[in-house]
Design a protein around this ligand. Structure first.
Ligand code: NDP
Length: 434
């Protein structure tokens, strides 16, 4: 990638942006042409086949975050999101983090977990023993239910079993949950896992004497974890008002608050998900699945906490770390159907699922850094309202060059609201008519 073409990207016109992505080697000529001709919309036939009762497409803007260096590789990251400040914040954070060498990532094995959950198991301990002894047979039967994933090098690997006992004193009976740990290769694997669980359920009933109540994957993907770390030189944190050391310490303290206060932790983690979800959506992945799993992971200690950790190292530099469960796919679902999702994978140079996890967790860490840094220094509204001004201008009815003109005046105004935007636009139109 030749990043020289991407400098001052945000100042370029829409056509120049697409052209510079092509010149930088991020997209091919064919992808450039699709972007120029705006032919990345879902067509009616595809939409109709994707969901029930389809009536139209709901569009989200897709942009690219720049300046990312992940495991020493420069990357341009596609993000689909309606919130104005997210991509700017992401690129800004990636630039500062890049000055310290960028992101370093690790990933765990990629295994999804399927659950067959049983009721009416009379002898729980005998059932557990029977399941444990039949592990190999369960694995084989699960694989027989979805042979193509075995041919691809994946498949069921192991079995574990959990007794689910009531801890709420509300008279809930005991259930038994049989977990099958499955390598779904490049797929997120929900359908693969669910097919396997439905396939093995009768055998599990036989083994346990119980009745299968639920046969589905868990979205709590604790065996599909990705971690990103970064080190930011302390002098890079300096702002007009605060020294680098002060900003560093305030970021660490703000994260301590989010570690002990769930009210703050939810907002802290929402900031992480601003970036994560935007890449998940752009790449055609299931954001509900990721959201559900991530927030459960944030509660794994029994209390909902910050997902990031910020500390300082011996040199006094700021050190960040984020681990997320990221059961994403690079095939399956809508990924190979949706034209914009296909473009997003092309922009990322068609990463394997392991690599896409590394990318997404890095974006989450960057997004958290950007948000917390802004919060503990100038406050979040300055950047937000600056970018929100354009949305207000559009809501007020501005078109063409007027959008930026209204936004520029609005940014300098004391009250940045819709009425003010409308008044500015009226004044501009008045001047224009005169
Ligand atoms: P798919 O059902 O699309 O299955 C994956 C597909 O990818 C299979 O057809 C498979 O082919 C193909 N494939 C091609 N190459 C590979 C490869 N290298 N590795 C793995 N598969 C490959 O998707 P998933 O099983 O991933 O399920 C995801 C979908 O399920 C999403 O749309 C999600 O929203 C939805 N879902 C989510 C649930 C949840 O999260 N709780 C519940 C139910 C559905 P082949 O079959 O030939 O092997």
């Amino acid at each position: 990638m030749d990043t020289t073409h991407l400098s001052k990207f945000y100042k370029k016109s829409h056509t120049e942006k697409i052209d510079s992505l092509f010149l930088a080697g991020v997209i091919s000529k064919k992808e450039k042409d699709s972007l120029m001709s705006q032919s990345l919309e879902l067509d009616v036939e595809t939409g109709n086949n994707m969901i029930e009762n389809y009536i139209c497409n709901y569009s989200l803007p897709m942009g690219v975050a720049l300046n990312y260096v992940i495991d020493k590789e420069e990357l341009v990251i596609p993000m689909a999101i309606e919130e104005p400040s997210v991509i700017a914040a992401s690129s800004f954070a990636a630039k500062i983090i890049g000055s310290g060498g960028g992101f370093k990532t690790t990933v765990s094995q990629r295994q999804m977990i399927g659950q067959v959950t049983l009721k009416n198991v009379d002898d729980i301990h005998a059932a557990v023993k029977n399941v444990e002894e039949a592990e190999q047979a369960i694995v084989e039967r699960a694989n027989e239910a979805y042979p193509s994933i075995v041919k691809r090098g994946g498949g069921a690997r192991s079995v574990s079993v959990r007794i689910l006992e009531d801890d709420t004193d509300s008279g809930i009976p005991t259930f038994l949950s049989v977990h099958v740990h499955i390598d779904t290769q490049e797929a997120m694997g929900a359908n693969i896992v669910n097919t396997m669980m439905e396939g093995i359920a009768p055998y599990i009933e036989e083994l346990t004497g119980g009745k299968a109540l639920l046969r589905i994957l868990t979205n709590y993907a604790t065996e599909c974890l990705a971690t990103a770390t970064c080190e930011i030189p302390v002098h890079k944190l300096k702002t007009g008002e605060f020294s680098g050391e002060e900003v560093r310490d305030r970021i660490i303290e703000a994260t301590q608050v989010a570690t002990i206060d769930p009210y703050r932790a939810v907002t802290h983690n929402k900031g992480i998900m601003n970036g994560v979800d935007a890449v998940i959506v752009a790449t055609g992945n299931d954001w509900r699945a990721i959201e559900a799993g991530v927030h459960a992971y944030a509660s794994r200690s029994g209390q909902y906490r910050s997902l990031t950790k910020w500390s300082k190292n011996d040199k006094g530099d700021l050190v960040g770390e984020l681990t997320l469960p990221l059961p994403i796919g690079t095939v399956g679902g809508s990924i190979s159907i949706h034209p914009a999702a296909k473009l997003a994978h092309a922009i990322l140079n068609h990463p394997k699922a392991h690599k896409l996890e590394r990318i997404i967790v890095s974006v989450g860490l960057a997004q958290n850094f950007a948000a917390v840094r802004a919060l503990v220094t100038e406050g979040i509204q300055k950047g937000h309202m600056g970018l929100h001004a354009r949305s207000l201008a559009i809501s007020a009815g501005a078109k063409g060059d007027h959008v930026q003109q209204v936004a520029d005046i609005l940014k300098k105004s004391k009250h940045k609201n819709l009425q003010r935007a409308k008044n500015i636009l009226l004044n501009l139109l008045d001047e224009f008519d005169r």
